[in-house]
Write a protein that binds this ligand. Structure first.
Ligand SMILES: *Cc1c(COP(=O)(O)O)cnc(C)c1O
Length: 376
């Protein structure tokens, strides 16, 4: 059986977790959390990074930092994970879905302006498969209309756009360290704050509405409840697991890229024959091999391919049921403009097994099975 995903594990995880246990500090913001956030800040040149309990709660915090009022509108792609939408809908925002580009599957930056109304407050840029959205245009549109930009960079840790790390370009970035992501802590994530004026409120939101972070830095002599908040900080046990991954971030990245390139090389012939479409990585984007996908002719062919692979012990999966057509999306949002590509392209897409340490022989089995399906 060739599974779709194996959570990353580099070998030092249990040592670090043991260290955290021995230090008698297993709640949040201990030594491992500090190491991880400092690493992310330095590596990506981010102003401030706060670890969170998930990518979803990083998005929740981003949404709270946007100070939305009921009826405010948030522009996002429909082709994304439910968390991208939940984070804003949960605080009363109206969701405005915009079509994607067929090449990168990212939000179509040329369709943003037509979706903006006088209630629009935020644009969410979700970097699908770790390949960047067209950020220069998105930032330009946002600045001209006075909107905030939140990057859902859950899949994009270690990717760049014109040399700039994803997550650090918008006002706020969100990472995920779920077990299905490139770097993991089981459940976890991070909030990337790219504007200094957001940091104080973010720290308060994350610490149950208290100014405890300031207290620990000796900036106030007692801590108290100063604003709304929640518990968004992960346990040291999770951060210890993550540290073992960040330490080897380049190795993990290289390993994933090697698998991605091997797939991409192997499917050139199928693509040239017009049988499948391969992922597009624009010239300005360096990606992190979060995912390898193919696009079949249509839904029917994709269903047959997934079944064919399953019969051969290979687990391939699709992505996503567009949010605007899901029960919650119908209630909480509307599609601005025409759905030219969102439904059509998502129906065609199939993701192949790709994870840190994917065995070359397994990879070749997947490649041979896909070729066999197409009789090539
Ligand atoms: C994984 C993911 C999330 C949610 O991250 P969790 O850590 O699982 O909460 C949000 N958005 C996108 C695009 C994702 O891929």
């Amino acid at each position: 059986m060739i599974v779709f995903n194996v959570p990353p594990c580099t070998g030092r995880e249990l040592d670090y977790i043991r260290e955290a246990v021995a230090s008698h500090k297993i709640s949040g913001d201990g030594a491992f959390t500090k190491k991880c956030s400092a690493w992310l800040e330095q590596r990506f040149g981010a102003h401030r990074v706060l670890l969170t309990t998930s990518g979803s709660t990083a998005l929740d915090m981003a949404s709270l930092l946007c100070r939305l009022q009921p009826g405010d509108e948030v522009i996002l792609p429909s082709f994304t994970f439910s968390s991208t939408a939940n984070a804003f809908a949960i605080y009363g925002a109206k969701l405005v879905f915009v079509d994607i580009r067929p090449d990168t599957m990212n939000i179509d930056e040329t369709k943003l302006e037509a979706a903006i109304t006088d209630r629009t407050r935020v644009i969410v840029a979700m970097h699908y498969a770790g390949v960047a959205c067209e950020m220069d245009t998105i930032m330009d549109v946002a600045r001209r209309h006075g909107l905030l930009v939140v990057e859902d960079a859950a899949q994009a840790v270690m990717s760049t756009y014109k040399g700039r790390p994803l997550g650090t370009i918008g006002d706020i970035g969100c990472y995920s360290f779920h077990e299905t992501k490139n770097y993991s802590m089981g459940e976890g994530g991070a909030l990337v704050l790219n504007r200094p004026e957001l940091v104080e409120r973010a720290e308060i939101l994350r610490e149950k509405g208290t100014n405890r972070s300031k207290f620990f830095r000796g900036q106030v002599d007692k801590y108290t409840w100063v604003d709304i908040g929640d518990s968004f900080l992960p346990s040291e046990l999770n951060a210890a697991y993550l540290w073992a991954q960040l330490e080897m971030a380049d190795e993990i990245n290289e390993n994933r890229l090697a698998s991605w390139r091997a797939y991409n090389e192997a499917f050139q012939e199928l693509a040239a024959a017009g049988r499948v479409a391969l992922p597009t990585v624009p010239a300005d984007c360096v990606h992190n091999a979060h995912m390898y996908y193919l696009k079949c002719r249509d839904l029917e062919e994709r269903t047959a391919l997934i079944a064919f692979l399953k019969e051969r012990g290979i687990l391939a999966v699709f992505h996503y049921v567009p949010l605007h057509s899901a029960p919650a999306g119908l209630r909480l949002g509307r599609f601005a403009g025409e759905d030219v590509y969102t439904t059509r392209e998502s129906d065609r897409l199939v993701r192949l097994p790709l994870y840190y340490g994917l065995d070359e022989a397994d990879r070749n089995t997947v490649i041979a099975a896909v070729r066999a399906f197409y009789g090539m």
